[in-house]
Write a protein that binds this ligand. Structure first.
Ligand code: ZN
Length: 435
C-alpha cells in the first residue's frame, strides 16, 4: 500500500500535530475496532480523582504512533546502519495498535475476570476484524508480524524495543499525556531532547551518553507520576468499588439471581465466555449505562455499589504499616458484629498491584514479560545500564517498600459508632464526641 496523495493531520495537545502519510495507517485509524478506543478512557477511573483525566486510548494510541514515527524519521534521516528500513510500516502499525485490545476499566476487569488485554489485541489483529482485513490488504503476513511485535517475539528486536522497553514510545506518550490531562506538572520532560539522543544499536534502542540527563528527567517524572497520579489512593478507592461491582454481579449470576437488566456483552463478560464480537462491544458507555440500570436492582449490595460509583461516594482509607493475618481476622469479626459485609465493606490494597511501575534496572529484555533496561551508549562505544552511571536514577529506581491501605465505607462505621471499642475507633480515626 502506498502513500496518501495528501498527508492527513490530527490536532493534538501533546504533539501539536499527528502526521499520517501512509494509506495503511489512515485505513487502520478508520476501522471500527480502532474507533472504539475513543470510548475507553486512558486512565480508567482516574477522572474521579483528577477531573481533567477524560482523555481516551484513541488519543494515546495516535500519540504513540506519532512518537514512533518521529524516532524512525530521525533514524532514516541520519541513515543509521543499525536501523532496518524495511521495518518502518510494521513498527508504525504496532505502535498504533498496541492498546487496541483494552477493555473499559481494563485493570479492574482483568483482576476479576482474568482477561488479558494483550491477548485480546492479538485476537483482534489475527481474527475476523476490519483491522485484520486492512493489514492483510497490505501483505498476508502483516497481521502475524504486528502480533509478534506485541508479543515481543518479533525477530527484529529493535522494533519491539521501540514499542515496549523502559524508554519506549508508549510510556513517553502516556506520561506526557496523563500529566497534561490530570493537570499535574510532575510528568513533563523534554521529549524533543530525548528523541534526539536515541540511537539504533545492535537490535535495540540506546541513549547517547550525553543524553543521560534528559533520561534522568524522564525517569524522575515517571517516579512522580507513579506516586502522585497512578498510585493515588482515591483512584484506588474508585477502582475497588468497580472491582466490587463486578465481583458482586458475578456472585449473583452464580447464585442464579435474576437481573432486572442485563446486556448480552456484559453477560458474556460475567459468564467468562467472551468472544471477539462481544468483547468489542464492551466500552465505557455500556458499562456506565449498566451501572445506572443496576442501581435499581433488588440486590442491595449491587445497587449500593453502583450508586457509590456513579455518584462518587468512594470508600475512605487508612494506612497500615504492617498487616498481620490475626489482626485482620479480628477486624473482620468487628465488621461482621456490627452488620457489615467483610467481603464488600473492607478491601485491602497492596501498592504494587498497578499496571504502571517505577524504573527497575534488573528487568529482562526481549521475549520476557518485563521490559528491557535503559542502556547508555558510551563515547568509547560500550554500553552501560543507566542506573550504574546516574546516582539520581539509582536512588529512585527499584522497589519501594509500600504501606498497605484498608478501604471501607466510613458512614456505615459511623452509624454503628457506639458499638466500636476504643482500639477500633483509634485505628479508623473516629471520635464518638463528633457524631
Ligand atoms: Zn499504551
Amino acid at each position: 500500500m502506498s502513500k496518501l496523495s495528501e498527508e492527513k493531520v490530527f490536532k493534538d495537545p501533546i504533539h501539536n500535530y499527528v502526521y499520517v502519510q501512509d494509506k495503511l495507517i489512515w485505513n487502520l485509524i478508520n476501522t471500527s475496532e480502532f474507533q472504539r478506543l475513543r470510548r475507553i478512557r486512558q486512565l480508567g477511573t482516574t477522572y474521579l480523582t483528577f477531573h481533567g483525566a477524560e482523555h481516551s486510548r484513541f488519543s494515546h494510541s495516535l500519540g504513540v504512533y506519532e512518537i514512533t514515527r518521529k524516532i524512525i524519521s530521525q533514524f532514516e534521516r541520519y541513515n543509521y546502519p543499525d536501523w532496518p528500513k524495511e521495518e518502518r510500516l510494521i513498527a508504525l502499525c504496532a505502535a498504533l495498535l498496541h492498546d487496541v485490545g483494552h477493555a473499559p476499566f481494563s485493570h479492574s476487569i482483568e483482576e476479576i475476570f482474568e482477561t488479558d488485554h494483550e491477548e485480546w489485541t492479538i485476537a483482534i489483529l489475527l481474527g475476523d476484524t476490519e483491522i485484520n482485513k486492512v493489514l492483510r490488504g497490505n501483505s498476508e503476513q502483516l497481521p502475524q508480524k504486528v502480533a509478534q511485535v506485541i508479543k515481543k517475539t518479533y525477530p527484529q528486536s529493535i522494533v519491539v524495543s521501540l514499542i515496549s522497553s523502559q524508554l519506549d514510545a508508549d510510556r513517553m506518550d502516556y506520561l506526557l499525556r496523563d500529566a497534561y490531562y490530570t493537570g499535574t506538572n510532575y510528568g513533563n520532560f523534554d521529549l524533543e531532547r530525548i528523541l534526539r539522543v536515541l540511537r539504533p544499536h545492535e537490535g535495540s534502542i540506546v541513549v547517547k551518553e550525553s543524553g543521560m540527563h534528559a533520561v534522568e528527567h524522564y525517569l524522575m517524572s515517571r517516579y512522580q507520576m507513579y506516586w502522585q497520579v497512578y498510585f493515588h489512593p482515591v483512584t484506588r478507592s474508585s477502582e475497588i468499588i468497580l472491582r466490587q461491582i463486578f465481583k458482586r454481579a458475578k456472585q449473583l449470576f452464580e447464585e442464579k439471581y435474576t437481573f432486572k437488566w442485563m446486556d448480552s456483552a456484559i453477560l458474556s463478560l460475567i459468564e467468562e465466555r467472551l468472544n471477539l464480537e462481544t468483547y468489542l462491544r464492551l466500552d465505557e458507555s455500556l458499562m456506565q449505562y449498566t451501572f445506572s440500570c443496576w442501581m435499581n436492582e433488588e440486590d442491595p449490595i449491587l445497587s449500593r455499589l453502583c450508586e457509590r460509583f456513579l455518584n462518587r461516594k468512594l470508600y475512605k482509607y487508612i494506612t497500615i504499616e504492617k498487616l498481620s493475618e490475626e489482626w485482620l481476622e479480628e477486624l473482620k469479626n468487628v465488621f461482621v458484629s456490627i452488620g457489615l459485609h467483610p467481603e464488600y465493606d473492607l478491601e485491602i490494597d497492596y501498592p504494587y498491584d498497578r499496571p504502571y511501575d517505577i524504573y527497575r534496572p534488573e528487568q529482562g529484555g526481549n521475549g520476557s514479560k518485563e521490559k528491557a533496561p535503559i542502556m547508555l551508549l558510551n563515547y568509547n562505544g560500550s554500553l552501560s545500564e543507566i542506573a550504574s552511571k546516574s546516582d539520581i536514577i539509582a536512588s529512585i529506581s527499584g522497589l519501594h517498600e509500600g504501606k498497605v491501605h484498608l478501604y471501607y465505607p466510613e458512614e456505615l462505621l459511623i452509624r454503628h459508632i457506639d458499638r466500636l471499642n476504643d482500639n477500633i475507633l483509634q485505628i479508623f480515626n473516629l471520635n464518638k464526641e463528633e457524631y
